[in-house]
Write a protein that binds this ligand. Structure first.
Ligand SMILES: *[C@@H]1O[C@H](CO)[C@@H](O)[C@H](O)[C@H]1NC(C)=O
Ligand SMILES: *[C@@H]1O[C@H](CO)[C@@H](O)[C@H](O)[C@H]1NC(C)=O
Ligand SMILES: *[C@@H]1O[C@H](CO)[C@@H](O)[C@H](O)[C@H]1NC(C)=O
Ligand SMILES: *[C@@H]1O[C@H](CO)[C@@H](O)[C@H](O)[C@H]1NC(C)=O
Length: 959
């Protein structure tokens, strides 16, 4: 009896041990130090194992802490150096905790795996430690809106994977560091797309070395500093630039003429400097929308001559040219510009007669000509916009004229109509747009370079609300509704919009809901709909209200670090066992690290700059010369261009054998390193399956990286579903496409060697060949930077994928598995039956279908959401198809089927629909549309439905 009890006790203690030993002791100690250093850590931080899944804000993988996301948690205290022990940490988000203060510990440099360091809107001060340059894997570095002082550490130049660098709104001083000798500098950040350094005390000249054509910056914001000297002419080589803010500095000299090369700039702010010379030559800026060059010391320029050279006149919404020495008579055509919203020409020397003409854009809100020399005005009574003419000779004799009275425009910004006036809420609750009293999560969105100035268009707010709701839904965040309002401009001329986000299901968010919403903003995962040109933004959370943490404030039950460690020590023998397990654990970790190291650099011996280096190990793919591909694509002619994106362009080409190919040519800035490119083509060339687009070859020379694929004539599944390709996709065809693409993915997951996770499954990446076979494209692209990456489609942090298709579990944990592809495939299945995009008008397809679905009704009551193109036809197996899609989009990856199971199930569904899953697809011949009538015989002989182009269509007509 006694021995039995002993055995029983031993079993228990071993179980305790397993739990304890499972979290790495070093991580346990570090988290415990954070818990001691901070007030208001989540009340769930109790017990001995931070990785037991219940600790809010902590994520673990293989018993190591990999993410700490505690944005907007009302944390107070300092960041202890112990953070440096979390050596597997990938994400650290402590944004919007105004109580976090003190300096950044230098030990932060030990977090060598960190990819996202987000400390937006805290109260950190002191210098940014040089050790930040050791975080080689950083992709997002956001330290904006703190009180950091000192210089920008030159070591940031070491962070070659950086995508986003935001240091704005601090007290940083000194010059912008550039490399020299062995000292690194920001000019080395050739992959970074965002430099946001506005609102600091940076001084000295903008170093000309900072810019080169190798850089890929799209947003360069240096406004509100004390930068002096000339604008360096190297700035003109930044071909990708879209937003440029140099305003509110001490810049002098004339504007370099090659600024004109910045053909993609949409927002240009040079105002409030001491720039001189003639007005800038902007004839090359074809897509300029917002231009502000007010308050500089330019020489007088003739207004007509200057405007007559601008080709962007058709895109300009806003022209701010106060006090720039303009003279002469304003041409009437200027007021009729098709997009014009605001024209400010105050304090110039414009003269003659003013004739505003009669063709105005309905969004025109202001023409401000205060203090010029205009002596007559072709009077019009009925102007719908504000016209300011005071301090012109014309007004001397006509001071009662209504256009002579107002001195400054004070815009009246629209307020959102609140339908809930009669809803009175108790205490600090607020009525949601649905008139429910709740505690919202609130904050402001600050737009740093809007491309428009007319704010009266309600579509702007609808669009923002919709894209916010769509993002919340696709990330499965518990948000019920969003309310926007109180639009203002702040002292730096940024537009500020307040946001209230209301919880669903209960009247307040729990902690998880809050820090996940906050992370969506701090990590810039949320991107407003690009249609309006919102430009770069930053979110600031308001101080949390008590309601956000209701029921848990003050109940923070701390467990000290000694508690954790002593808790493990149940007895001497147990301790021995513990150290044994820890040893095994450490050994396993070491092995894993060694294996990972090898995998990281299998081609160390290949030097792409030497032509005699190891040639890539290719199966079947050939190495084309640049000359060859130039010939096959007819000198990359526009006529052969079949697509484009952030990576560059795709051209159709014809090989001498007559084979058609698609040549994907990377543009500068999207190129990968030689090693990455080589490993990518090696991977691609190993993949051979009829449902996978195959690689024909590549070209790597002369600053060129090109991938040559087989040409797939019928375009993407998305185009066909949208009816753009002229191909009618009946139910049978959709099932075949579903099974084909599922088989392609199954191959990547189960049979390819090494196995491949696609990471960006979507209808845009499923192509249709001439027989409507589905072919999966664009898979297995390298991690940090991919040749197929397009800025607009992708979250360009280390989480790769497209909003709407992205597995929320992957997004939250960074842990990529095959099941993430299964999730995206589930979304593709829903698209196949609805033809809707995953996020359309703010509605997320997965949620829509779930809400509409009623399993007790025929067809699950989904007729409202089904694609009208298949509505009314017999949809054999539809219910099972929907069931399967729903299993694919289960919250938890473990609950989702594997791709192999998905293939089997779709094959079953095809049999129910009367199709032979193993037969070939139909051709696109129009005659074959007649086949669709065959569905109504689900149990008829399968052979009747063999969709092979070999049969004359008439034979396939059902009797
Ligand atoms: C930055 O890189 C240089 C050389 O690339 C290296 O010598 C230096 O140690 C690095 N600095 C940090 C802080 O990692
Ligand atoms: C402006 O730049 C364009 C293109 O570089 C050039 O053709 C034109 O002559 C320039 N105009 C002036 C006024 O300098
Ligand atoms: C307007 O100003 C220009 C340049 O100062 C001058 O040449 C022109 O004669 C003026 N026109 C009128 C109508 O005063
Ligand atoms: C935030 O923290 C402060 C200080 O620790 C505390 O007084 C306040 O009640 C907290 N607010 C909430 C909403 O928990």
């Amino acid at each position: 009896m006694g021995s039995r009890i002993q055995v029983f006790l031993l079993v228990i203690s071993v179980q305790i041990l397993l739990v304890v030993a499972f979290t790495n002791p070093q991580d346990v100690a570090a988290i415990s130090a954070l818990n001691d250093a901070w007030q208001n850590t989540p009340p769930s931080w109790v017990g001995q194992d931070p990785c037991d899944n219940n600790w809010e804000g902590i994520q673990c993988t293989n018993s190591r802490v990999t993410a700490i996301t505690l944005a907007s948690m009302n944390l107070t205290g300092q960041l202890p150096g112990d953070i440096g022990s979390l050596s597997e940490l990938l994400t650290l988000d402590l944004s919007y905790n105004l109580g976090l203060t003190g300096s950044l510990p230098v030990l932060i440099g030990k977090l060598t795996k960190l990819s996202n360091l987000l400390l937006v809107g805290c109260n950190f001060f002191g210098p940014i430690p040089n050790e930040i340059g050791s975080l080689q894997r950083l992709v997002m570095l956001a330290l904006n809106s703190n009180r950091f002082t000192g210089n920008i550490p030159p070591t940031i130049g070491n962070l070659t994977n950086l995508y986003w660098l935001d240091l704005a709104d601090n007290k940083l001083k000194g010059t912008i560091p550039v490399s020299s000798g062995t000292t690194p500098g920001l000019d080395m950040l050739v992959n970074t797309k965002h430099f946001h350094f506005g609102k600091n005390n940076l001084s000295g000249e903008i170093p000309s070395k900072l810019f080169s054509s190798n850089m890929s910056l799209i947003h360069l914001l240096l406004d509100s500093n004390q930068l002096s000297g000339n604008i360096p002419s190297t700035l003109g080589s930044m071909q990708n630039l879209e937003a440029l803010r140099l305003d509110r500095n001490l810049l002098r000299g004339s504007i370099p003429s090659n600024l004109n090369n910045l053909v993609h700039v949409r927002e240009l702010f040079l105002s409030n400097n001491q720039l001189s010379g003639s007005l800038p030559n902007l004839t090359g800026m074809a897509t300029l929308t917002y231009m502000s060059i007010s308050n500089n010391s330019f020489n007088g320029s003739d207004v007509t001559a200057w405007f007559s050279t601008l080709q962007s006149l058709t895109t300009l919404t806003t022209l701010m040219m106060e006090n720039v020495g303009l003279q002469g008579e304003i041409p009437t055509t200027l007021f009729g510009l098709p997009q014009l919203q605001t024209l400010v020409l105050r304090n110039n020397k414009l003269n003659g007669t003013l004739d505003v003409g009669s063709s105005f854009n309905s969004q025109l809100q202001l023409i401000d000509l205060w203090n010029n020399s205009i002596d007559s005005f072709t009077y019009r009574e009925d102007l719908k916009f504000e016209l300011i003419l005071g301090q012109n000779p014309f007004c001397t004799g006509a001071s009662q004229n209504k256009y002579c009275i107002v001195e400054q425009y004070s815009p009246i910004y629209p307020t959102q109509t609140n339908n809930c006036m009669s809803t009175t809420c108790s205490s600090d609750k607020i009525a949601s747009p649905k008139c429910v009293c709740e505690y919202p999560y609130t904050g402001t969105i600050v737009f740093r370079a809007l491309s428009f100035s007319y704010l009266g268009d309600p579509n702007i707010y609808t669009s923002l609300t919709n894209s916010l709701m769509g993002s919340f839904q696709s990330l499965k965040l518990p948000v019920d509704s969003v309310s926007l309002g109180n639009l203002t401009t702040d002292s730096d001329n940024y537009f500020v919009l307040s946001v209230q986000i209301f919880p669903s299901g209960q009247d307040h968010f729990n902690r998880t809901g809050i820090y996940e919403i906050a992370f969506m903003f701090s990590n810039q995962t949320f991107k407003p709909d690009d249609k309006f040109g919102f430009g770069p933004y930053v979110f600031h959370a308001a101080t949390p209200t008590y309601g956000n943490f209701e029921g848990s404030a003050g109940t923070n039950n701390k467990s000290s670090s000694t508690g954790i460690i002593i808790g493990a020590a149940v007895g001497g023998s147990v301790l021995l066992l513990l150290s044994l397990l820890a040893g095994i654990y450490a050994f396993r970790q070491k092995r894993r690290a060694e294996i990972a190291d090898k995998q990281n650099n299998p081609f160390a011996s290949w030097d792409p700059s030497k032509s005699d280096g190891d040639v890539p190990q290719l199966k079947g793919a050939r190495n084309f010369t640049f000359e060859e591909l130039r010939k096959y694509t007819n000198n990359f002619s526009e006529a052969n261009s079949i697509g484009s994106g952030g990576y560059g362009k795709v051209y159709r080409g014809t090989l001498p054998t007559g084979q058609l190919v698609a040549v994907k040519r990377a543009q500068h800035g999207s190129m990968q390193g030689g090693i990455e490119f080589k490993s990518e083509i090696e991977l691609l060339s190993r993949v051979h399956h009829k449902n996978i687009v195959s690689l024909v070859g590549f070209c790597f020379e002369q600053d060129e990286q090109m991938l040559v694929y087989e040409y797939i004539p019928n375009g993407t599944l998305r185009e066909s579903l949208l009816g753009k390709s002229g191909i009618r996709l009946d139910w049978m065809r959709r099932l075949r496409i579903a099974v084909g693409s599922a088989r392609g993915l199954q191959y990547l997951h189960e049979l390819a060697n090494p196995t491949i996770i696609h990471r960006d499954v979507k209808t845009n990446n499923i192509l249709l060949d001439e027989r409507l076979n589905a072919k999966v494209a664009d898979f297995g692209l390298s991690k940090s930077k991919a040749i197929g990456d397009s800025e607009k489609d992708h979250i360009t942090t280390q989480v790769k994928g497209t909003m709407g298709y992205m597995d929320p579990e992957y997004y939250m944990t960074n842990q990529l598995t095959e099941k993430s592809d299964v999730y995206s495939f589930g979304v593709v299945m829903l698209e196949l039956i609805t033809a809707r995009q995953p996020i359309e008008k703010g509605k997320y397809i997965v949620r829509e279908v779930k809400q509409k679905m009623d399993k007790t009704k025929v067809g699950y009551n989904l007729h409202d959401v089904l694609d009208t193109a298949i509505l009314g036809t017999t949809l054999g197996g539809l219910e099972k198809f929907v069931d399967l899609a729903m299993r694919c989009v289960e919250e938890s990856g473990a609950q989702r089927p594997t791709m192999g199971e998905v293939v089997n199930e779709i094959e079953n569904i095809m049999r129910i629909a009367g199709l032979n899953p193993n037969a070939e697809s139909a051709t696109t011949s129009a005659n074959f549309d007649g086949i669709s009538r065959g569905y109504s015989h689900p149990y008829s002989d399968e052979s009747l439905f063999v969709y092979s182009g070999a049969f004359p269509p008439s034979k396939l007509e059902p009797q």
